[in-house]
Design a protein around this ligand. Structure first.
Ligand code: PEP
Length: 256
């Protein structure tokens, strides 16, 4: 982390779990365990239908609501889609794009991820852009090459002012939901590489202000070591974000 130049962000990805009626009890428990003081932004990304409940429940504890996906279109005949305008209108501050599950199960490619990130930025929502290699790619030694390509593609056409509001989440696919975490050194190496890619495109100042998160089986035990790395500015957390005690322990790990 480097709190001097950029925000620390702990974001939970609830995926298609929980219900709106479970949010208040969750938040009550999270509040009880929340470290005081706290030095990071806390976000919980829920299915779109639960965002208004999350915004209401998270107000007191300053927990922001995030989306998990957005349409690339502004409006119109796109049944089932949710637009950035609609997310912004209800007060959504962050939204995940390009999660590996969307890339894998919904055929999202880099072009679409870029269009979604731009749609969000146009409406003042910070995109959490997910990138990361498969196990085969890591074993073939092409991790950085592939991740650099994903980052460049996702940021295509985004200017320096807007890039400062982007958050990049490095999520090695082999570490998501598997209990296998990248070592702190592996995660730092790629996050540092991502910052170098941003520096090459936009220069030193924008690069040092972009928050880069690690995601992939981050938990209460491994969070402190990962977050101690200079280029890891927070976490995108799946499983552990569903348990208020575990999630608050990860938040507490940013108080170092
Ligand atoms: C995720 O889905 O973004 C994620 C990192 O999940 P988990 O923490 O469960 O590996």
């Amino acid at each position: 982390m480097n709190r001097k130049y950029r925000k620390t962000v702990i974001a939970g990805n609830w995926k298609m779990n929980m219900t709106a009626s479970e949010i208040k009890p969750f938040m009550d428990q999270l509040k009880e365990n929340m470290p005081k003081p706290r030095f990071c932004d806390v976000v919980l990304c829920t299915p779109a239908v639960m965002i208004p409940t999350m915004i209401k429940a998270g107000k007191e504890a300053k927990v922001f609501a995030g989306g998990q996906d957005v349409s690339k279109y502004e409006k119109g005949a796109y049944t089932g889609e949710v637009s950035a305008t609609q997310l912004a209108d209800i007060g959504t501050r962050y939204c995940i794009v390009g999660h590996s599950e969307r890339r894998q199960y919904h055929g999202e490619d880099d072009l679409l991820v870029n269009a979604k990130a731009r749609a969000l930025l146009n409406k003042g929502i910070a995109p959490i852009i997910c990138v990361g290699e498969s196990l085969e790619q890591r074993e073939a030694g092409v991790t950085m090459e592939y991740v650099a390509y994903q980052v460049k593609a996702a940021l295509s056409g985004i200017d320096a002012t807007h890039v400062r509001r982007c958050i990049i989440a490095y999520e090695p696919i082999w570490a998501i939901g598997t209990g296998k975490t990248a070592t702190a050194e592996q995660a730092q190496e790629v996050c540092e590489g991502i910052r170098a890619v941003i520096r090459k495109i936009y220069g030193a100042r924008p690069a040092r202000s972009v928050s880069i998160l690690y995601g992939g089986s981050m938990n209460a035990k491994n969070a402190a070591e990962l977050l101690a790395q200079p280029d890891i500015d927070g976490g995108l957390i799946g499983g552990a974000s569903l348990k208020p005690v575990d999630f608050s322990a990860i938040i507490a790990a940013t108080n170092q």
